[in-house]
Ligand binder design. Structure first.
Ligand SMILES: Cc1cc2nc3c(=O)[nH]c(=O)nc-3n(C[C@H](O)[C@H](O)[C@H](O)COP(=O)(O)OP(=O)(O)OC[C@H]3O[C@@H](n4cnc5c(N)ncnc54)[C@H](O)[C@@H]3O)c2cc1C
Length: 414
């Protein structure tokens, strides 16, 4: 049986996926392996999760969400999906500070790649990790919390350090969010003061197809109850008259509720509902992170490429992410803007265009999303991570046999 990722653009080199149901069984597989990678919910678009040895999933290990109200953390099984973590948390009156665009991704897989949602003051999902329990290559277990040496290198791990068993996530009291979509705003007006737009809500996303290079097609504003309500319009763009999907012409049934109706955080922070297939399915994604101060100039640098981008594109999304101190995080050391592209699934054409996009962004030292498609050379990537050498040393310390290394990591020099 051949195994594919979610998007179907790649077949894993391993021919089977082991799904141990106990920690002992998993530890046995790890100890016996010469090459092994952990598979999350398969939502990455590149070979980061791949191996020609054994693929192992933690999805069949017992699921649990244990709330420590005093420490304000929930200890959850890393193989669980965010959507499945959110329900029991909400039932007990708690929330996660943020979600990505979809609740279908596994916790351990998302944090391993620095997956993020949006919000000027919201860190990536990895930034909300308070502790990690890792099964290392020798079959031993390490618990790392924020004050421990190596913690900052272990959260956005690229899957290089071992199997993440449990994750401690920061929690906050449950809150309501109202989501409003505004339409057709001019880029020139947005770029004149990008921060004024991204600060309009708790979480703000700008969507554009680049078909009209002068226009941002949609601005999604997720306003937290108790904060200022969303405005009546955004730079002349009015609120949509009906629910909208980010992809033009696609029905909005799979999207979380819009129209400014307040509701629980877990039903608004993600763009897509857990019970539907998110986005479109047959697609590829790329994303580059730049410093927030550079974002207007970086977007201006992309605009001349609009006519080259648009034919291959489903939609682009611009989001903000707060700085963190996680060594391999796209937001390491700088408040960040993510410039995202959801592409049609034409890998060759996308990979032919990416170098042009990367060249246009190069003055801004873009860091690629670890789980998406990029063509930047490893040397350029490494120099954009000041703690790269420390991350490499941590990998060698926790996995001296290199059991968790794969071609993706070797090519990066990790
Ligand atoms: C429709 C769609 C929407 C998306 N939206 C967003 C978004 O809003 N924001 C964003 O930033 N990204 C987004 N992504 C990208 C996605 O979040 C990342 O690729 C993420 O890593 C996927 O998690 P996963 O569980 O599928 O991991 P996988 O793709 O299965 O694996 C990713 C990495 O995690 C490692 N890993 C998985 N589980 C473990 C474990 N238990 N222990 C150690 N390592 C592990 C793997 O080895 C691999 O290195 C989206 C992807 C899709 C398909």
């Amino acid at each position: 049986m051949t195994e594919h990722n979610w998007a179907g653009n790649l077949t894993y080199s391993a021919t089977s996926v082991a799904e141990p149901t106990t920690r002992d069984e998993l530890a046995g597989l790890v100890r016996a392996a010469s090459a092994i990678r952990v598979l999350g919910s398969r939502h990455s678009f590149n070979r980061i999760a791949d191996t020609d040895g054994l693929l192992v999933s933690t999805a069949a290990l017992p699921a649990h969400v244990d709330i420590d109200a005093e420490r304000r953390v929930a200890r959850v099984a890393g193989g669980m999906r965010y959507g499945d973590v959110a329900r029991p948390l909400h039932a007990e009156g708690w929330a996660l500070g943020n979600l990505a665009s979809l609740p279908h991704i596994s916790v351990a897989g998302a944090i391993a790649t620095g997956t993020h949602g949006s919000g000027d003051r919201n860190r990536s999902l990895a930034g909300a990790v308070a502790g990690l329990e890792i099964l290392t290559a020798d079959g031993g277990i390490r618990m790392l919390r924020r004050s421990d040496p190596g913690f900052a290198g272990a959260v956005v791990s690229l899957g290089a350090l071992g199997v993440v068993l449990d994750v401690e996530l920061e929690i906050v009291p449950a809150f309501d969010v109202a989501q409003t979509v505004f339409e057709r705003v001019r880029w020139d007006d947005v770029l004149a003061d990008l921060a004024a737009v991204t600060s309009l809500g708790y979480s703000v996303s700008l969507f554009t197809t680049w078909r009209d290079p002068d226009v941002v097609d949609q601005v999604w504003v997720k306003a937290r109850a108790g904060d200022a309500a969303a405005p009546q319009h955004v730079l002349g763009g009015g609120a949509a008259s009906a629910p909208r999907h980010p992809l033009p012409g696609v029905p909005a049934d799979s999207c979380t509720e819009q129209g400014g109706v307040a509701g629980p955080w877990l039903d608004r922070l993600a763009h897509f509902r857990l019970e539907f297939t998110p986005s479109q399915g047959e697609e590829l994604q790329s994303e580059y992170f730049v410093a927030r101060d550079d974002a207007p100039a970086a977007i201006r640098a992309l605009r001349p490429l609009a006519a080259r981008i648009a034919p291959l594109l489903l939609v682009s999304e611009v989001r903000t992410i707060a700085a963190d101190d996680l060594w391999l995080s796209g937001a390491y050391g700088r408040d960040t803007v993510g410039l995202h592209f959801t592409w049609r699934r034409d890998q060759a054409a996308v990979e032919a265009l990416l170098p042009e996009i990367e060249a246009a962004l190069s003055p801004f030292d873009p860091r690629p999303h670890w789980g998406k498609v990029y063509t930047l050379p490893a040397a350029a990537i490494r120099e954009r991570y000041p703690r790269w050498a420390d991350a490499a040393a941590l990998r060698a310390e926790l996995d001296p046999r290199g059991v968790f290394r794969n071609t993706f990591l070797r090519d990066l020099g990790l």
